[in-house]
Design a binder for this molecule. Structure first.
Ligand code: RIB
Length: 292
């Protein structure tokens, strides 16, 4: 069983030929509202691969909150632990220009945690095989869940996005840390190859279509990606993390788990929207088969 603790956002997505310059107004091409949030996306990724998945997080009392909650239910995610907090839901303002995206998140209900509120989830975390965390909820909440999971022997994956410096105790309490190259540089002030050597079998740096890299204690392990024509990379990292959690919860070794996650991420970027293109298991296995 996987439990994801994290953000649930409504993504307000504008597509445009190019990003605007400072002070400039452009006419965009399309506008969509899509369910998103790194936490919710990672839960959808795992659930779509048929793994029993719980979501712990908060939505607001606005109309977005209702639709975000309904979406999680439709995705077969257990929502008993999603609470509604007075006020607006989290949103992400996303501009997609030429296949790349830029995002501003306004956390809303995602940041509405009371002191010690996490203690009521002790039993759930104890029963979970894997806990997945990101950094779109308050850092002290992330730290508290990581500590709880570590005490209970639950495997923890921390996707440190958006990038933020990581306290040493948090790094100790998690089993895997999964930044992309940019986040790796921001957090550790080192490039991927150098950074992974400091955290054997723990730090896995994703490198887009090039794949991912980690250090196994004696040498660098490069797991190749699956080059594809990307139409929207939003949520690719989330697909990777949900699939990685699935593979690890099912007992795959790290090398196979990263390869499974790479294959899932490569499929997700071929569709618009963070959750839209997240693949089912058969598609991931077929893509892995193409490699052999
Ligand atoms: O990782 C993509 C996600 O980041 C989007 O869905 C958006 O909500 C932001 O949180």
């Amino acid at each position: 069983m996987i439990t994801v603790v994290g953000s649930i956002n409504m993504d307000l997505v504008v597509s445009v030929d190019r990003a605007p310059n400072r002070g400039e107004t452009l006419i965009g091409k399309t506008f969509h509202t899509n369910p998103g949030g790194k936490g919710a996306n990672q839960a959808v990724s795992a659930a779509r691969l048929d793994h029993l998945t719980n979501m712990v997080g908060h939505v607001g009392t606005d109309a977005f909150g209702t639709s975000l909650l309904n979406n999680l239910k439709e995705q077969n995610i257990r929502t008993n632990y999603v609470k509604r907090k007075e006020g607006p839901s989290g949103i992400a303002n996303i501009t997609v220009a030429g296949g790349d995206n830029s995002i501003i998140v306004v956390p809303g209900a995602n940041f509405s945690w009371e002191a010690k509120e996490w203690e009521q989830y002790d039993d759930l975390i104890t029963k979970s095989d894997v806990l997945v965390l990101q950094l779109e909820i308050p850092l002290e909440v992330v730290e508290a869940f990581a500590e709880m999971a570590n005490k209970r022997g639950t495997t923890v994956i921390l996707n440190p996005a958006p990038a933020h410096s990581l306290p040493a105790s948090l790094i100790r309490n998690v089993d895997y840390i999964t930044p992309n190259e940019t986040e790796c540089m921001e957090i550790f002030s080192m490039n991927a190859e150098e950074a992974v050597s400091h955290f054997p079998n723990k730090l896995i740096v994703t490198e887009g279509e090039k794949g991912a890299v980690y250090y196994d204690g004696s040498s660098l392990v490069r797991i190749p990606g699956f080059p594809v024509k990307a139409v929207d990379t939003t949520g690719a990292g989330d697909t990777f993390n949900g699939a990685l959690a699935t593979a690890i919860a099912e007992g795959q070794d790290l090398k196979k788990a990263v390869s499974f996650a790479n294959a899932a991420a490569s499929l997700s970027v071929q569709h618009y929207g963070a959750q839209n293109g997240m693949p089912e298991r058969e598609a991931v296995l077929a893509r892995l088969g193409e490699m052999n």
